[in-house]
Design a protein around this ligand. Structure first.
Ligand code: UTP
Length: 296
């Protein structure tokens, strides 16, 4: 069956970005000039996804409005002949988007469970706004290509520094069935480096079969007292095969402040409007830092 549906959970509290996220979903924070969730929607569309469900929490309106027409703004830009800006504003409206609310942020697994009726009996992808991915073939498309061969759930993973395992779901890999595609013995949510079975961490893209919902419906809270998607995937792996696809492209972690700032700089250095000015500024800063070090 073709993979046509994507679920984007965006109902977390975003505590790492407070106070910015007090009244706004962190997925609306922009990298240079584009909200992170728009990058995710673009990756979905490039991967052949036709329908997207966004699971929202308290801050639903700005996300909904972002992907809706804004007649007043469009008329104004048209009148002023700002055609380039008009194009940017209009290009977000041509997407088949659906919204559902997660009333309480009980965890990622619980957020995904809200998508049960939308997904029905089809395979689907879950895409997290915390990770922006760049590769020749979009990561979501790589997972779909795997699914077309195996018809099994496939989770994206990536090598992370050993001391960071407690920030991620970690896999205990079995043998590789194809280059970069692993059988998985089990999945562990946020293990300490001593207990981590590998350095292969789950990153924010999952291709799941609909049987995941049977597991999620009875899933007990795990780490952090949240209903964890990783625990449900570990359970699913006991009744059907679940693979892990190692991502070799570039991952930008925009889920924490430092990662977000680094991503903004990397994207700024590629942005036609600001790249030259930003580069000059970085060189200036580097110069100042070097002088300061010499004085010390
Ligand atoms: P995070 O672990 O990054 O949590 O969730 P968070 O609450 O958004 O951020 P911090 O850690 O407090 O800063 C991973 C993804 O799962 C979604 C989040 O929106 C994010 O995209 N999520 C998490 C939900 O949709 N619902 C939840 O109950 C928890």
């Amino acid at each position: 069956m073709k993979v046509k549906k994507a679920v984007i959970p965006a109902a977390g509290l975003g505590t790492r970005f407070l106070p910015a996220t007090k009244a706004m979903a962190k997925e609306m924070l922009p990298i240079v000039d584009k909200p992170t969730i728009q990058f995710i929607v673009e990756e979905a569309l490039k991967s052949g996804i036709e329908d997207i469900l966004i699971v929202t929490g308290k801050a639903k309106r700005p996300i909904e409005d972002h992907f809706d027409a804004n007649i007043e703004l469009e008329t104004n830009l048209k009148e002023k002949g700002k055609t380039e800006l008009l194009k940017l504003v209009e290009e977000t409206t041509d997407v088949n988007l659906h919204f559902i609310r997660q009333s309480h942020p009980k965890g990622l697994g619980h957020a995904v469970l809200q998508a049960k009726a939308f997904v029905g009996n089809e395979p689907f992808v879950v895409m997290l706004g915390d990770d922006l991915m760049e590769d020749k073939v979009p990561l979501t498309k790589q997972l779909i290509n795997d699914y077309e061969k195996t018809h099994a759930s496939t989770i994206a993973v990536m090598k992370v520094p050993h001391e960071d395992t407690s920030k991620y779901g970690i896999i205990n890999p079995g043998e590789q069935v194809q280059p970069g595609l692993y059988n998985v013995k089990n999945f562990v949510e946020k293990p300490t480096p001593e207990k981590a079975p590998s350095d292969l961490a789950i990153i924010g893209r999952y291709l799941l079969t609909p049987e995941i919902f049977n597991v999620l419906e009875v899933q007990k809270p795990g780490a952090g007292n949240e209903i964890q998607l990783t625990d449900a995937i570990d359970e699913l792996n006991k009744t059907q095969r679940v693979f892990a696809r190692e991502f070799k492209g570039q991952r930008y972690d925009v889920g924490d402040k430092l990662g977000f700032m680094k991503t903004s700089i990397d994207y700024g250095l590629k942005h036609p409007e600001v790249k030259d000015g930003l580069k000059d500024y970085i060189l200036e800063l580097a110069d100042t830092f070097k002088k300061e070090q010499k004085i010390k």
